[in-house]
Design a protein around this ligand. Structure first.
Ligand SMILES: [Zn+2]
Length: 96
């Protein structure tokens, strides 16, 4: 059994080293869990607002403009900042 590592580049342009043939990029995985974590940690009114808007995974925010999300009842400036930071970490932008 070989332990030789190979350098890979994922579809998001992250370079990483893998010794197995698992295709999962560790940086994407980390960012993905970071995003889900942020949404899970929002206050209850913010979570309800997102559920009402049909927003599940972080990537759903790309269907909305920043103003639309800011205007959702229950989304405060604090929640919006957290959402924006998680989106930036995952390379997701609001609709324009
Ligand atoms: Zn990646």
């Amino acid at each position: 059994m070989t332990t030789e590592k190979s350098q890979r580049t994922c579809s998001n342009g992250h370079q990483y080293w893998k010794s197995s043939d698992c295709p999962v990029c560790p940086i994407c995985e980390k960012n993905k869990s970071l995003g889900d974590d942020v949404l899970n940690k929002l206050a209850a009114p913010a979570k309800r607002a997102l559920a009402n808007a049909g927003i599940g995974p972080l990537s759903d925010f790309s269907k909305f403009t920043e103003n639309e999300v800011a205007d959702m009842h229950g989304i405060g400036p604090n929640a919006l900042e957290k959402i924006k930071a998680a989106m930036a970490a995952n390379g997701i932008s609001f609709s324009k």
